[in-house]
Ligand binder design. Structure first.
Ligand code: FAD
Length: 288
């Protein structure tokens, strides 16, 4: 089923994200975790893609398994940085022939290994969206950044660039994590004003590791509100307490989003079935 069909109803949707293993020896462990999450029958599941394409075949096989074995719609991520047109087209063909209907079209991060721009066939996600749109009838989504992408100097510029992605055929957007819902509400106002009317799926990160989140917030421009910093300071050294507090905080964010009319929530469940399960249980009556 197309993601746009899934999220268009008034019923709240709850979806989960998983990531493929980096090496083949971890495949079975990851697959086992993915299956435990799929059993929860979320609205859909997304499977990330390694920026350099290193885990590309795992993204496909995990997405395929989610759909075929569990009957859960899969959203396969695809990045284009450092890829040739031939590689992208071959990947699209494989996704299509495997029955995948939904793609999250991304540029991918620029790293020391892939900085040689002369080798790139695509420079930004809007070019990948255009390519996919011209070849197949996938339901295409993209990423958006309520606190601005780190490479953009101003949010205005970032939103103008986001509009290019929409104009190229992107049909929905999933947000970067955020820890203060007002950040999303303000952002929504700005993007709607810029003429971006596609559905927005709110990306929520249940924090279970204090060190990791501090680092990834620094890299990705996400602000940690004082209320959340206090939780990290108090429970960061106690993994079980941190997990409980992180799940409670994410649950509260999700309930507030639904209450304010954001019907689609995507949880960065990071291959942790227990986290996905607890969040789903916490809002079981709300998503009925
Ligand atoms: P773009 O939309 O291309 O934007 C990147 C930057 O370029 C922005 O600053 C933007 O304003 C600017 N820009 C965009 N278009 C233009 C243009 N035409 N001209 C000039 N400037 C432009 N990474 C992975 O490797 N694998 C994943 O599976 C993955 N999944 C993700 C899922 C979500 C929901 C999110 C939010 C991010 C994900 N990422 C993933 C990370 C993502 O690849 C990085 O954030 C990357 O740096 C930007 O990707 P993008 O598709 O948003 O890029």
């Amino acid at each position: 089923m197309r993601i746009t069909e899934i999220i268009k109803s008034n019923k709240p949707s709850l979806s989960f994200e998983v990531f493929p293993p980096k090496t083949s020896d971890k495949f079975d462990t990851v697959q086992e975790a993915v299956e435990k999450i799929a059993v929860l029958k979320p609205s859909f599941m997304s499977v990330t893609y390694g920026a350099g394409g290193g885990t590309s075949e795992y993204t496909l096989s995990i997405a395929k398994n989610i759909q075929e074995k569990h009957g859960v719609t899969a959203l396969a991520h695809l990045t284009c940085v450092n890829s040739t047109k031939e590689e992208v087209r071959a990947r699209l063909e494989m996704l299509k022939s495997s029955g995948i209907e939904n793609i999250l079209a991304l540029r991918g991060d620029i790293t020391p290994e892939n900085q040689n721009r002369e080798k790139w066939d695509y420079h930004y996600a809007n070019e990948l969206v255009e390519e996919i749109k011209g070849l197949y009838d996938f339901c295409i989504g993209g990423a958006c950044y309520p606190e601005c992408h780190p490479e953009s100097e101003h949010q205005k510029e970032d939103i103008l660039n986001l509009k290019r992605k929409i104009d190229a055929g992107c049909e929905f957007l999933t947000t970067q994590m955020f820890f203060d819902n007002n950040v999303l509400y303000n952002y929504l106002y700005k993007i709607r004003e810029a003429g971006i009317t596609v559905p927005i799926i709110a990306g929520i990160m249940p924090v279970t590791n204090a060190k990791q989140i501090k680092r990834s917030c620094e890299l990705s421009n996400c602000t940690l509100p004082q209320r959340f910093k206090a939780i990290l300071d108090r429970y960061g050294d106690n993994p079980e307490a941190m997990k409980q507090a992180g799940i409670a905080y994410a649950t509260e964010q999700i309930i507030d989003l639904y209450a304010n009319g954001i019907n689609a929530v995507h949880v960065y469940s990071m291959n942790k079935p227990d986290v996905a399960e607890k969040i789903q249980a916490n809002i079981s009556e709300i998503i009925k």
